[in-house]
Every structure is written in C-alpha cells, then in structure tokens.
Write a protein that binds this ligand. Structure first.
Ligand code: ZN
Length: 341
C-alpha cells in the first residue's frame, strides 16, 4: 500500500513484529487493520481528562496560538470539540460563531457551551464554509486522512487558517509505538506536511513538543492555510507592484534581480524605460524595451524602480548624486518587504 501522506509506493510491513505499515520516505506509520470505527465513539463520555493537572495549561497553550488568528464575527469549526472547554475560552476572547463536531456523548455538554454542535463526522458537513478550522488530536483517529483533509480544505474560505495537532510519532519521545488502538496514524513532521501539501494547504508554522497528556507529551502542531496557485501568486505580486507604481515608470539596474523579479511581470507593468549605468548593457532587449543610459530629458518625469536588492545602496547613491528626489524612488524591498497580504 502506498503511503497515505506522501504517496511513496515502497512502504514496509513487519508481520512478525506486528508493527504497523511504515513509509521510509516521510516516516509515517499506520495500522492497516482498523480496530475502532467512528460509530464506536458514540456512547463514550468524558473523553477529555478535564481534571488532569495539566488541563488548564493545555487549553492556555492552545489559546495562545489561536488568539492571533481571531477576528470578531468569524466562523470557527472545531473538529473534535470534546466537552467544549476550548470553544468556551475562545468565545470569551472574541465574538465569534463557534461550531463543534463531536461524535461522543460529550457533544451534549459542548452544546451548552458552543453556538452549535454537529454529532456526525466533519465529512458530512456540506454547503458551509469557515474562516478557521481547529482540530486537536482527531486526525490520527481517522482512517482516510487524505479524503478528510481534502474535505477540510473545502470547508475553509480561501483566506482561512487551519490549526491542527496530532501526536508527534508515538506522542512520547521514549515510545517507539503508540499503543492506543484508536490511533490509526502516527504522523511525523514530514508526513503531516506532505499530507497537507497534497490536500492543497501550505504550512505556515510547525512545532513539536506540545503537551496533550503525560503519555502524549510530544504533540505536533501545524498552522496551515490554503495554498495559492501560481496564477494567484502572480496576481497578488502584480497588485503590490501596481499599488506602488500605477503610472509609467523607469526600471533602473537591469541585472539578475531584474530578470528574476521584474522581467516575468514586464508585460503587465507600465514600464516606460530600462535604465542602467553599465554601458555594456545598453542595447540589451527585454520584451519590447531596450536598456539605455539615463536621459534626464526623457526620464525626468518618471518614477524609478530600483531593480536590484543586492546593489540597492549603490544605485540609491547614484540616483541621489543625479539629484533625483527620494519621493520618485521605489525599491524592490518596498514591494517584497512585508511577508503577507
Ligand atoms: Zn510517506
């Protein structure tokens, strides 16, 4: 059987040692014989050990990562909300609509604390979308993780976030195998990343060492978001250029950074001239434009884009000595500088 996370076909099984299947590429392990099915959870209760000494610290640790993702009015779905304590905390921080998915009888307690509780698997939810998906220690219980993640992606809006936590491998550094029969999958940072990638997510942050309980003291927490397509990346980058340079401008410094970062967008940008101080570049053609020397008469009115990251200071110095006002100048750092939009 191919690895359910990375797709590698040469996975192994050791029948004699009764080890689960393993993928040598991403380290994922999984049980091919499933002992516990979704219907087995229905009669269970008090799944979360809310009296354990670490319970409040665990919730605080989760809330620390969730807090910065919250906006008033957002719709949150927690897959596996247990008795609803995390949702109750989140609702105390921001005015959000919080829906929980819970198969066990803990759904009854959760219904008193959350806006809504759905007592069927998340893959039964259709025609709804959420800004934030949360899931702590659920994915390892699900047999078809690829199908599940693909469904989670469909439940999430394009600008949304997914925060998911599972045991890191066996969940404890000193255990090789997770003995919990409910756990079909043992993830590694690589296998969870591969699974998310295949489901159309990109990882923003990945951490090990989160505490779930004494025997699951090493949990893997990933913040992910829907991946952008190549076309979406291009459009967003173009928007950044056009926000700074909406009118015809001169591109200055026609070297490697220009070829890497500006030339691919040349057809969609209002570039009126390509300028470089180096005479050996003059006459070089890029698209419909030819590299030339700075001509104060023809270029005087144009804003200037400094097209080199590495030689930015040098070029800025040259521009200053030509008496070009700083207000006319935009750098690639101005455009690429912030990490997100
Ligand atoms: Zn794999």
């Amino acid at each position: 059987m191919a690895c359910p996370c990375c797709g590698n076909a040469s996975t192994s099984r050791d029948e004699a040692l009764r080890l689960p299947d393993a993928c040598p590429a991403c380290g994922h392990r999984w049980q091919s014989t499933v002992a516990v099915t979704p219907s087995d959870y229905r009669t269970q209760q008090h799944r979360n050990d809310t009296n354990s000494p670490g319970h409040q610290d665990k919730l605080s640790d989760r809330l620390r990562d969730i807090g910065p993702l919250l906006n008033a009015g957002m719709h949150i779905l927690e897959i596996g909300c247990a008795e609803g304590s995390l949702g109750q905390l989140v609702r105390g921080v921001k005015d959000v609509t919080y829906t929980g998915v819970e198969l066990s009888a803990d759904a009854e307690s959760a219904a008193r604390l959350l806006n809504r509780v759905i007592r069927s698997p998340a893959n039964s939810i259709a025609g709804e979308s959420f800004n934030l998906l949360l899931s702590f220690h659920v994915l390892e219980h699900i047999e078809d993780i690829a199908g599940e993640l693909a469904h989670w992606r469909r439940l999430l809006v394009d600008g949304g976030s997914l925060l998911v936590e599972v045991p890191n491998q066996a969940g404890h550094r000193l255990l090789s195998m997770d003995p919990n029969l409910e756990h079909i999958h043992q993830f590694t940072p690589s296998s969870l990343t591969a699974l998310l990638h295949h489901a159309g997510f990109e990882v923003q942050r990945l951490e090990t060492g989160h505490w779930e309980s004494s025997v699951y003291s090493d949990s893997l927490r990933v913040l992910a978001r829907p991946a952008l397509s190549d076309a979406q990346r291009r459009t967003r980058l173009l928007q950044r250029f056009l926000a700074r340079l909406p009118e015809p401008f001169a591109a200055w410094g026609i070297g490697g950074d220009f070829r890497g970062y500006v030339e691919p967008l040349l057809d969609s940008l209002p570039v009126a001239a390509l300028v470089d101080n180096a005479a050996q570049r003059h006459g070089e053609r890029h698209g419909h434009l030819v590299v030339e020397a700075y001509d104060p008469l023809r270029h005087e009115a144009l804003p200037i884009l400094v097209c080199s990251v590495r030689h930015r200071e040098e070029i800025l110095h040259d521009l200053a000595s030509l008496g070009i006002a700083a207000s006319r100048i935009v750098t690639l750092d101005d455009i690429f500088g912030t990490s997100e939009s």
